[in-house]
Design a protein around this ligand. Structure first.
Ligand SMILES: Cc1ncc(C[n+]2csc(CCOP(=O)(O)OP(=O)(O)O)c2C)c(N)n1
Ligand code: SF4
Ligand SMILES: [Mg+2]
Length: 320
């Protein structure tokens, strides 16, 4: 008999991240982590570096995690989970080892340790909960922050208008190391989410899950629109759902048509200042990405424009 795939309705309901933690109302990150841990179950060890997750769930001496939880330095996720995994395997245990780091701890400062674990194909699950800035320290930009976004280190004023460079393609960086599995997830696509976590759980070797997690505080949004933001991100091309296995990329959800990015931007205070020119620049970058991802022809349907607007470089970067 073929077993039915797990869905958001049939997945385990036992929480491994207890209620009563201190995440903001409408926090996408807490929803994502809660669901990942429900699927991984009680035989799991969690590592989280400095991040919102650490601050809202595990400020010493209390912890909202019901499973063993470890913390060391911000930049160490890849290295620490590799060590925990090696120790447990030596003891003959099959306990799941998961590192859950933010975008700052993954795209920027934790990249070296992540790359080491990926290159060794260590038997760990690495989850990046991506809220597109360094949020717990007061919203500084990261390599994940999108073009145009306000952060405290990409300010808006007469000389500069938010971040001047584009979001880094982290999946490309990780998948370039021939890892066992890499996938992108959205909290607005729960069955796709559950399927990918289940799949990663069943595999061995280095697995990477990249989850977009809207942040009410840093994105300056109404907590009630967290789900809409996650959904619109996919429909506008700001986020795409796919997985990479054995070097093969499979799109797991393809939007029927591309919605204008403005629909997504206008719900968020961090983009409120954006000029028409900057929105057009972002839109064209997205069209290019969309064409590559879904094999369409969005760019040529647009008005012809020079390459300059896509060629953001150091001279034009943000700063004070
Ligand atoms: C080596 C080091 N540099 C800087 C810090 C300060 N710091 C702690 S968390 C953090 C930002 C974390 O951002 P991210 O990983 O995106 O997680 P988020 O807070 O957004 O959840 C920074 C800069 C630190 N703890 N260690
Ligand atoms: S600042 Fe953002 S990511 Fe952090 S707890 Fe609040 S909503 Fe969640
Ligand atoms: Mg972050």
């Amino acid at each position: 008999m073929v077993e039915k795939a797990m869905t958001i309705k049939t997945m385990p309901q036992e929480d491994q991240l207890g209620s009563g933690h201190g995440a903001c109302g409408g926090c996408g990150l807490s929803t994502a982590v809660n669901n990942v841990l429900r699927i991984l179950g009680p035989d799991t060890v969690v590592y989280a570096p400095a991040s919102c997750l650490l601050v809202f769930s595990a400020a010493y001496p209390i912890s909202a995690f019901k499973v063993p939880f470890i913390y060391s330095a911000f930049e160490n996720t890849g290295a620490v989970i590799s060590g925990i995994s090696a120790g447990l395997r030596k003891q003959g245990k099959q306990t799941y080892v998961v590192g859950i780091a933010g975008d700052g701890g993954t795209f920027d400062i934790g990249l070296q340790a992540l790359a080491g674990a990926a290159e060794r194909n260590d038997d760990v699950l690495y989850v990046c909960v991506d809220n597109e800035a360094y949020m717990n320290t007061g919203t500084q930009r990261s390599g994940s922050t999108p073009f145009g976004a306000w952060t405290t280190t990409t300010p808006v004023g007469s000389k500069t208008q938010g971040k001047r460079s584009f979001k880094k393609d982290m999946m490309c960086v990780v998948a370039g190391q021939d890892v066992a599995y890499a996938a992108t997830l959205s909290i607005a696509h729960p069955n796709d989410f559950v399927k990918k976590v289940e799949k990663a759980k069943a595999m061995r070797g280095f697995r990477f899950l990249h989850i977009m997690t809207p942040c009410t505080s840093g994105w300056k949004t109404d907590p009630a629109v967290t789900y809409d933001l996650a959904r619109l991100a996919v429909e506008t091309g700001m986020w795409a759902l796919y997985e990479i296995e054995n070097g093969e990329t499979t799109v797991t959800y393809r939007p029927e048509e591309m919605l204008p990015v403005e629909n997504y931007l206008k719900l968020q205070g961090r983009f409120r200042h954006m000029s028409k020119e900057d929105i057009d620049t972002l839109q064209r970058w997205l069209c290019k990405r969309w064409d590559q991802r879904y094999h369409t022809d969005m760019v040529s349907k647009e008005e012809p424009k020079g390459d300059k607007e896509l060629a953001m470089c150091g001279e034009e970067t943000e700063g004070l």
